[in-house]
Design a protein around this ligand. Structure first.
Ligand code: ACO
Length: 337
């Protein structure tokens, strides 16, 4: 069999979330908001906040270590590391290199970051799959790790209530088996709408200065209404297009695991696809929007809760800053607990 025919599946999954919970009640003491407003508009009740010094590479390393432990493997067994993050520990080197060192991965493997904001995990999965199908890499860690609390303006009630920190990791492996693992995929981007959700300062275009700090240029800014509109349309369309590409009907999909942005976005996507919310598991209430970490966090929870079972078709779909989007249909291979 030629290596081009290899399939790629999720052999194991692991997550890590910070201890500290920030509830809506506590947020209400920081900005002019209320538990009722946040829950009604977003479905979020609390989110996790990383401790000072607890960075995406630390959270990602813990999530990855858990995935390796569940697989009964060691860091030496990993051939490739891809980290999806929009909140890298530092502008350079990559969070992947920092995570490599913390986890003790081999030095003869590629380690790099993928920057696609909330779609980062779906992008990274596809990059990994395409690198692995050639047979060059047998096992890959794909990690989504975020510390959104570091880029959120805690005085801006329109954004600070939505985001949280955390990490999730999958260990991908190749197999000659057919029709398992990552089956089909679609990725897209629209840089013409970059300003709908962005951070204007801190990069090479506008390096940090006393003025940029004073003007809050290092914070995330979002046009919530426009993002909402694009998110619903693009996530529903991406699902439909991937299903058509794979010749699968939505009724055959056991679980939809969307990026956990906002419960109203998820409800609107489910309604457009004509799928009941009982097939859209969500953990938004406890974690908020954790960007690239949100899909592995939701996937792990749905699996641990006994929802996702061996052989199930699972459709993951994401949308984020860029704008970027992506969807992947996969046939679940029961990983070890
Ligand atoms: N508490 C109380 N009131 C608030 C808050 C708050 N936290 N935030 C805004 N408001 C007020 C506004 O000031 C406004 O008041 P006004 O009518 O007096 O001007 C009122 O509530 C309504 O504001 P809207 O912006 O119209 O509220 P909307 O219903 O659009 O909800 C929200 C805002 C939740 C941000 C919504 O637009 C949304 O969910 N957008 C998508 C956001 C998202 O999910 N982004 C991430 C996806 S991509 C990614 O993950 C990177």
């Amino acid at each position: 069999m030629s290596s081009a025919e290899l399939s790629v599946f999720i052999r194991a999954i692991g997550v890590h979330t910070p201890e500290r919970k920030l509830t809506n009640a506590e947020l209400s003491t920081m900005v002019d908001t209320s538990d009722e407003w946040i829950k009604t508009r977003s479905g979020i009740a609390e989110r996790r906040i990383a401790a000072p010094g607890e960075n995406p590479s630390d959270m990602g390393a813990k999530a990855a270590a858990k995935a390796l432990e569940r697989a009964g493997l060691t860091p030496a067994d990993v051939d490739l590391l891809i980290v999806a993050t929009m909140t890298p520990d530092v502008p350079f080197p990559s969070t992947a290199c920092l995570l490599q060192a913390k986890l003790g991965l081999r030095r003869d493997i590629p380690c790099f970051d993928v920057s696609a904001a909330c779609s980062g995990f779906v992008y990274a999965l596809q990059v990994a799959k395409d690198m692995m199908r050639s047979g060059a890499y047998r096992r890959t860690l794909v990690v989504g790790a975020e510390k959104l609390s570091s880029v959120v303006d805690w005085s801006d009630r329109t954004t600070c209530v939505l985001f949280g920190d955390g990490a999730g990791a999958v260990l991908l492996e190749t197999t000659p088996e057919k029709n398992v693992g990552l089956l089909g995929n679609l990725l897209g981007a629209d840089g013409n709408n970059a300003e709908l959700l962005h951070c204007a300062g801190g990069g090479s275009a506008a390096p940090a200065t006393a003025d940029s700090l004073r003007d809050g240029k290092h914070f995330l800014r979002m046009n919530g209404k426009e993002v909402f509109r694009h998110a619903v349309r693009v996530m529903a369309e991406s699902c439909e297009r991937v299903l058509a590409k794979c010749d699968v009907r939505s009724e055959q999909v056991a679980w939809f695991i969307p990026h956990q942005a906002n419960s109203r976005i998820l409800e609107a996507v489910a309604s457009q696809l004509n799928v009941g919310m009982d097939r859209f598991p969500s953990n938004l209430e406890r974690y908020g929007n954790t960007s690239a970490a949100s899909i592995p966090l939701a996937l792990e929870e749905a699996w641990k809760d006994g929802k996702i079972k061996h052989g199930d078709l699972v459709l993951i779909v994401a949308f984020g800053a860029g704008l970027t989007w992506g969807a992947t249909l996969l046939r679940w291979h029961e990983p070890p607990r």
